[in-house]
Design a binder for this molecule. Structure first.
Ligand code: NAD
Length: 496
């Protein structure tokens, strides 16, 4: 018997019979552990209607009332961090410590949203004109859609849901169909924290459900995270339907190592950021740019470290890297390794035969050296444990290479030279930059977003830009004439 996972609408599990379902795997064993209902337009409409019905009362709930729900949710989430991490590991495959880290980063966004009363203050100008005051106030949008990817099944929903509801919106969340359970636990914990029914609804499914969200006339805004082709499609479809949209896409993140860098530290960072979560992170380092003459030494240090990485079931405490999310994704990543070898890159470490028994979706850490920019292992987002080393002559050449790419999510420079780091951070055309920090995911009180094809729309996720995205400002101009002056103005057709 496999588990049955269904939608959560208006605070309750959906009781209908789905026309289509999807399989949810245990990636470490390759077995189907659950079937998840796929929503069609009717189920999405039911969820949107529940969210729309909950909106007036939630909008009218005081700022203190909304933030108290989030404070309680924060405590519940912290208490249940391990349970949520285990749920993530069971469906995604990443090791439990990494999954707990994902929940911890999500908690930051809840904590930020707890400050809603402070963050939602408006502005007031007394006596903007004689006897006239002006104030602005941020108001919620209504029903917002959140569509999330498989690789952070808790963190990405937590990038958006706390901010959206803190601002007074109601939400329809469509998590990845590959690992749908984390979103349901988050919704249950929010309900336990006192969130009224209908404020957060979870519908499962694939493109059909996404399209129904994008086309629904009562959805005011869409926050999306996923691959670049889908992000572009979601942005174009949502905005064509008159919705506000932020759509975060894929990445190909470069880590540049300058000759004066601490090479042991850089090698540790490259291995951690390249193979953590089996490379299934939008901020994973997938290209190492080695500036001459350190290439050979750096590759040797990385190779050494890779040979001792422990690949295994994410539930085992000594595993450092788990399986890939599905068999299809494993095959896709393996086919890139074939293509890289055929194109003439040096396969320094080959992960295609990781030597693990069973039918799990295993692939070992893989390192290519002497990769050239025209190879598919360089141009494409592989989203697996494959690290490519490109050798360049100088910092200028490193910048030129990185800036020629069409993605612009994250990048990092490793160096001991402050002037070189400053030059890099100023001139690199990437949205999130690390200096001796390989995965520069901004803390919760900044905002997360790439440039170029890594983000469609102009608002980054969470933090101040998240609050901006989930509200619209109203500006009110007020005059209270006193009875003695009320009649003094007269008619005046001049522009005021
Ligand atoms: P994906 O694009 O396949 O799916 C993302 C979401 O879109 C899922 O909910 C999925 O059900 C839905 N979807 C899939 N195909 C669709 C279609 N044809 N039409 C409409 N909706 C569709 O991405 P994924 O494989 O789940 O996640 C990995 C990708 O997400 C990588 O490219 C990664 O870089 C990216 N990502 C980006 C960020 C970021 O912040 N920029 C963060 C995490 C992941």
């Amino acid at each position: 018997m496999t588990e049955h996972i269904t939608h959560r609408i208006a605070g309750k599990p959906w009781t209908g019979t789905a026309e289509r379902t999807g399989e949810v795997f245990d990636p470490a064993t390759g077995t189907v552990q659950a079937h998840v209902d796929f929503a069609g337009p009717a189920e999405v409409d039911e969820a949107v209607r529940a969210a729309a019905a909950a909106f007036p009362a939630w909008r009218d709930t005081s700022l203190a009332g909304r933030s108290r729900v989030l404070f309680r949710f924060r405590e519940l989430l912290a208490q249940r961090q391990d349970d949520l991490a285990r749920l993530i590991t069971a469906e995604h495959g990443k090791v439990v410590s990494d999954a707990a880290g994902e929940v911890a980063r999500g908690l930051e966004n809840v904590e930020y949203a707890c400050s809603a009363p402070q963050l939602l203050k408006g502005e007031f100008s007394e006596n903007a004109s004689t006897g006239v005051d002006v104030h602005s106030t941020p108001q919620p949008l209504g029903v917002v859609g959140v569509i999330s990817p498989f690789n952070f099944p808790a963190m990405v929903p937590l990038w958006f849901v706390p901010g959206a509801i803190a601002c007074g919106n109601t939400v329809v969340l469509k998590p990845s169909e590959k690992d749908p359970s984390a979103s349901l636990l988050i919704a249950e914990l929010l309900a336990e924290a006192g969130l009224p029914d209908g404020v957060l609804n979870v519908v499962h499914g694939d493109k059909v459900a996404v399209d129904a969200v994008l086309e629904h006339p009562d959805v005011e805004a869409v926050s999306f995270v996923g691959s670049t082709p889908i992000a572009r499609y979601v942005y174009e479809t949502a905005t064509a339907a008159g919705k506000r949209c932020q759509a975060l896409g894929g990445a190909k993140n470069h880590m540049a190592v300058l000759p004066d860098a601490d090479l042991d530290g850089a090698a540790d960072a490259a291995v951690s950021a390249g193979f953590g979560s089996a490379g299934e992170r939008c901020m994973a380092v997938s290209v190492l740019v080695a500036v001459d003459p350190i290439g050979d030494e750096l590759v040797a240090k990385i190779t050494d470290r890779m040979r001792s990485l422990r690949v295994g079931d994410g539930r085992e405490p000594d595993s450092e890297m788990g399986p890939l999310v599905t068999a299809a994704h494993r095959e896709r990543v393996a086919s890139y390794i074939d293509a890289g070898a055929e194109a003439g890159a040096t396969l320094a470490v080959d992960g295609r035969e990781p030597g693990i028994d069973g039918d799990g979706f295993w692939l070992g850490p893989t390192l290519f050296d002497h990769v050239r920019p025209e190879m598919s292992i360089y141009t494409d987002e592989i989203f697996g444990p494959v690290l490519s080393v490109v050798r360049v002559e100088s910092l200028d050449a490193a910048l030129e290479l990185i800036n020629a790419g069409h993605y612009g999510n994250g990048t990092a420079v490793f160096t001991g030279d402050g002037a070189a780091a400053r030059r890099f951070t100023r001139d690199v055309e990437v949205g999130m930059v690390g200096v001796n920090v390989p995965i520069p995911v901004p803390v919760g009180y900044y905002s997360f977003g790439g440039w170029k094809d890594s983000l469609f729309g102009d608002s980054h996720a969470y933090g101040p830009e998240g609050f901006h995205f989930f509200t619209r400002r109203k500006v009110v101009t007020t005059r209270w004439p006193s009875p003695s002056t009320a009649a003094a103005g007269g008619v005046n057709l001049r522009f005021p």
